[in-house]
Design a protein around this ligand. Structure first.
Ligand code: PEP
Length: 253
């Protein structure tokens, strides 16, 4: 059984200016110290990447972006390439977040292109998938996940399991205060791992980290992290406050 080091990732969404992000990252870095028991990532808005990268340089906190475009450069006004993110100090990039799928027309085909482009620039894609409330109520959870995995990930070239992270984020649990129960989350994660084995390979699937996202808080992270196929958390609202995010990071203490 391969070791899957937990990853606790913070998605700051469209919050924080450069100076605000700098102060938050500084505070978080102090609270985290040199504790490297889990991998940690924060994803500020593009305009705050440079304000945060210097602050976390010699800490266990890695930098992530919230999106990217698949071309290397060109006439694509408003877009940012994987190479630009790499040069800005990013290790990770969120891809296919449900807010992007919902408000900005992100498709599974776009997720596939972005994932492949990130991998080619040695950025670790954190590919977000998950069903809406009406899809869950209609009993479509697993067919939705199956489609998002097949169309988003089939054929992408990984050198090893640490090249890719998948985040299961039931849309009905994002920013709503409703968390999937640990059993609902485990069931979805086990299904995702089984599909990754089919679409990629069994060896890769055993080592790929699958994060749970959706109203993760200090008081529910521990029971979620105790489930066998939950390898970390993607945290939105609760990652904006350093004290609260640090409590989540230290779930095992
Ligand atoms: C997210 O933005 O990915 C997320 C999970 O948000 P929240 O933790 O606020 O539900």
């Amino acid at each position: 059984m391969p070791q899957r080091k937990p990853l606790i990732a913070g998605n700051w969404k469209m919050f924080k200016t450069g100076p605000e992000a700098n102060a938050t990252a500084r505070h978080l870095a102090k609270l985290v110290g040199d504790d490297a028991t889990v991998d940690i990532m924060i994803a500020p808005p593009f305009t705050a990447l440079s304000a945060v990268s210097g602050v976390i340089e010699d800490t266990p906190i890695a930098l992530g972006a919230q999106n990217l475009y698949w071309e290397a450069e060109g006439a694509f006004t408003g877009e940012i390439s994987p190479g630009m993110l790499k040069a800005a100090g990013c290790t990770y990039a969120l891809i296919g977040h449900s807010e992007r799928r919902q408000y900005f027309g992100e498709s599974d085909d776009g997720v596939h292109r972005k994932t492949q482009a990130a991998l080619e620039s040695a950025i670790i894609p954190v590919v977000c998938i998950g069903e809406t409330e009406s899809e869950r109520e209609a009993g479509e959870t697993f067919s939705v996940l199956d489609k998002q995995i097949r169309l988003g990930l089939e054929g992408v070239s990984l050198r090893g399991p640490r090249d890719l992270v998948v985040a299961y984020e039931p849309v009905w649990a994002i920013g709503t205060g409703k968390t999937a129960t640990k059993d609902q989350a485990q069931e979805a994660h086990a299904f995702i791992r089984e599909k990754l084995a089919k679409v990629l390979s069994s060896d890769l699937a055993l080592g790929i980290r699958i994060l749970y996202g959706g109203s993760v808080k200090p008081d529910n992270v521990k029971e979620l992290m105790a489930m066998p196929d939950i390898d970390g958390a993607l945290v939105g609202g609760a990652s904006l406050k350093p004290e609260i995010f640090a409590e989540i990071i230290h779930f095992g203490a």
